[in-house]
Design a binder for this molecule. Structure first.
Ligand SMILES: NC(=O)c1ccc[n+]([C@@H]2O[C@H](COP(=O)([O-])OP(=O)(O)OC[C@H]3O[C@@H](n4cnc5c(N)ncnc54)[C@H](OP(=O)(O)O)[C@@H]3O)[C@@H](O)[C@H]2O)c1
Length: 287
């Protein structure tokens, strides 16, 4: 039986990026819908649920995407509520590449540290969709995670949101609005992940050089100026100045592998929900 992926995108035009990855992952048939909202999604989900017999439902799956991650989360929730009993299909959510990118960043760091026990991690712009997910995964792995933002309040809200998902997570909110605050947030950290908006430098060279404890620096911003001064966008475990560097494209290769592996996983059973943690686990098995 043919595999069918139903791509539900919250943007008016379904993402061409997600479509290409679906084809490269070997999906037989790809149905793409744009402008999908929680209010309009039910018939599309019913079309997935009520067409194939129970034993064949695993050959149909849903992908939730789009540039707005909060809209994607709401859509995923509505999709899940539409299922009942065993009448369901597997679903993956990766709006704006947030889950696959965060998983690739944290797995890149894990390759260097082996274990995150005792690791002090700083996630710059840890309030955005990618940063929050990276912080969540690091906390779940046992790192002490400093979540940084231009606004301490936003960082505190993010820590609270993550703490509700990761019991026992070691999280602290930091403001990096001023140079002094940034330096203080950086003190003693072993890992920095910069997850700021495109084209924004979050960690200038002089501050970065002052972090004697720094072992791994990962920047997810591919648009110059880059997020960490000193990173090269193609860096992939490149050692410079005693630091292991990863740039956005360096991390991107693993992100693509994780995305394709997660899509393939959807078709192994009809009851999976591939969210941040599940996508990370899939990435772990690729390492
Ligand atoms: N390599 C890949 O495959 C890949 C895939 C997806 C995304 N990305 C990249 O990953 C990064 C994070 O993505 P995202 O969607 O989470 O980013 P985002 O939502 O655009 O921004 C993340 C955070 O950046 C901070 N920020 C925004 N404007 C700023 C400014 N002018 N100055 C300083 N900080 C600012 C904000 O944090 P506060 O307001 O709390 O300070 C915001 O929450 C982006 O650079 C994106 O391009 C890479």
């Amino acid at each position: 039986m043919k595999t069918i992926l139903i791509q539900l995108d919250t943007d008016p035009q379904p993402s061409s990026f997600d479509r290409v990855v679906a084809i490269d992952a070997g999906i037989d048939e790809l149905f793409c819908y744009g402008g999908v909202s929680p209010e309009s999604v039910e018939p599309l989900v019913h079309g997935a649920m009520f067409t194939r017999g129970p034993a064949d439902l695993k050959h149909t799956a849903i992908f939730v995407g789009g540039s707005d991650v909060a809209s994607g989360e709401r859509l995923l929730e509505r999709v899940r509520k539409t299922f009942f009993g065993p009448i369901r299909v597997s679903v993956m959510m990766d709006s704006n590449g947030s889950n696959t990118t965060a998983a690739a960043a944290v797995l890149s760091a894990k390759k260097q540290f082996g274990s995150f026990a005792g690791v002090e991690a700083l996630v710059l712009a840890g309030t955005g969709p990618v940063g929050q997910r990276a912080a969540q995964l690091l906390a779940a792995e046992g790192a002490s995670v400093r979540v940084a933002s231009r606004t301490r309040d936003r960082a505190a809200k993010t820590c609270a949101a993550i703490a509700s998902q990761v019991s026992g997570g070691k999280l602290s909110p930091w403001s990096t609005a001023s140079d002094a605050e940034l330096r203080s947030a950086c003190e003693g950290v072993h890992l920095v992940i910069a997850a700021g908006a495109a084209g924004i430098t979050l960690l200038p060279a002089d501050v970065r050089r002052s972090i004697g404890s720094l072992k791994v620096a990962i920047d997810l911003n591919a648009v110059p100026p880059l997020g960490i001064a000193g990173v090269e966008v193609m860096d992939k475990a490149v050692e410079r100045d005693g630091v292991m560097w990863y740039g956005a494209i360096g991390v991107g290769g693993l992100k693509m592998k994780i995305h394709k592996a997660a899509l393939r996983r959807l078709f192994e059973s009809n009851d999976q929900v591939l969210d941040t943690a599940a996508i990370y686990q899939i990435g772990q098995r690729l390492q």
